[in-house]
Design a protein around this ligand. Structure first.
Ligand code: BGC
Length: 346
């Protein structure tokens, strides 16, 4: 096993961006950038042993700097959406950046994912990224010290360990926004990929993509992924939820106990023979099927990123949790430690 550090590029302001590449004894490798602690690549074999990169992303820093996709980035302080960019902690109401149509806060306003993180190699298969978010950044309370440690094991698991602590009571919800394409983008969209999600319910949303509060059973709907089915099978169904979001862009309420690591979702691409399993201890996962990719961004290998060229499985607390007292909560006291683990196994 090995970890190598290389200079990736420099930011327009001259700061250096580094790439850390972990490789295991099977030849599987994962590359992570210090900008956004971004998962830049995950290279693994297909059924013929041919290596391919299953992370949808970019060949250079300008691709990462100019994208609006959040591809591979670590999202904080609140992944997903907050209605009206507003929430209350204790007796204090906070108003945070409304970076989505001036109506909602999406992905914390874009702070964590565009920051340069410090990195240290902690083992021959592990790199820990650290960032301090200053109190009040994008309107969120607390100086938040976060570490995200990526570990690549010989079982072909990419572990993502999150740990954070704030010096004020606050809300914390982090995720990795990787888009996967198990056939690689050379082979087009992911509608033929098979998917399975261990969720009996999901959170339907309004026209702003904010949960209505209902936990709707997936039974008998296009959202039933409890048994394997292709991503594309029901995506075109006449369903208001799918129409509003142009495809899947929804939080699934994961079965099993929150706080316990469990299999949340799995995907397989029969053509390439590659598989992905996603494990998490968090209560939810956002399935996003790249509905807003429209070919204007050019990804790896010069390939335009078209609609549905990747899918995301973003492990998380439910969207807009602080405004839904019935959802599993993500408010943390000053000094209280947030810890969470997500695993992408190939
Ligand atoms: C959101 C999408 C959004 C995408 C990229 C996802 O997490 O749910 O609505 O378009 O991120 O910005």
């Amino acid at each position: 096993m090995s970890v190598t550090k290389t200079l990736y590029d420099t930011m327009p302001d001259g700061r250096e961006v580094f790439l850390y590449t972990m490789e295991n004894n099977n030849g599987v490798s994962a590359g992570v950038l210090t900008r956004g602690a971004t998962l830049n690549s995950l290279v693994c074999p297909d059924k013929n042993g041919e290596m391919g990169d299953i992370i949808v992303g970019f060949d250079d820093l300008s691709g990462h700097l100019n994208t609006t996709t959040y591809a591979g980035e670590i999202i904080g302080q609140y992944a997903n959406r907050l209605a009206d960019g507003r929430f209350t902690v204790g007796k204090t109401e906070y108003n945070v950046t409304k970076n989505e149509n001036s109506v909602t806060c999406l992905h914390g306003g874009g702070e964590y994912n565009s920051a340069l993180w410090k990195a240290i190699i902690t083992d021959d298969n592990a790199v820990e990224f650290a960032y301090r978010s200053p109190d009040g950044a994008e309107g969120f309370p607390g100086n938040v010290d976060i570490t995200v440690k990526y570990v690549l094991t010989d079982r072909n698991e990419l572990e993502i360990h999150y740990a954070a602590v704030s010096d004020r009571d606050t809300i914390l919800n982090f995720t990795n926004h990787a888009y996967f394409n198990l056939g690689t983008t050379k082979n087009g969209d992911v509608l033929g990929h098979m998917l399975q999600i261990n969720a009996d319910c999901y959170t339907p949303t309004d026209e702003r993509s904010i949960p209505t509060g209902e936990l709707r059973p997936v039974e008998g709907t296009a959202f039933d992924f409890r048994e394997w089915k292709s991503i594309g099978r029901d995506i075109g169904q006449e369903d208001l939820q799918l129409r509003q979001c142009r495809g899947y862009d929804h939080n699934f309420c994961l079965n099993g106990e929150k706080g316990k690591l469990r299999l949340a979702a799995a995907a397989k691409d029969e053509q390439s023979g590659r598989r992905l399993e996603v494990y998490t201890d968090l209560p939810g996962i956002q399935l996003y099927t790249g509905n807003f990719l429209d070919g204007t961004e050019i990804g790896k290998g010069g390939i335009a990123l078209q609609k549905h060229f990747g899918f995301c499985l973003e492990t998380q607390f439910y969207p807009d949790t602080p405004n839904h007292p019935d959802f599993p909560q993500c408010t943390f006291k000053a000094g209280e430690r947030f810890e969470s683990l997500t695993i992408f196994k190939v």
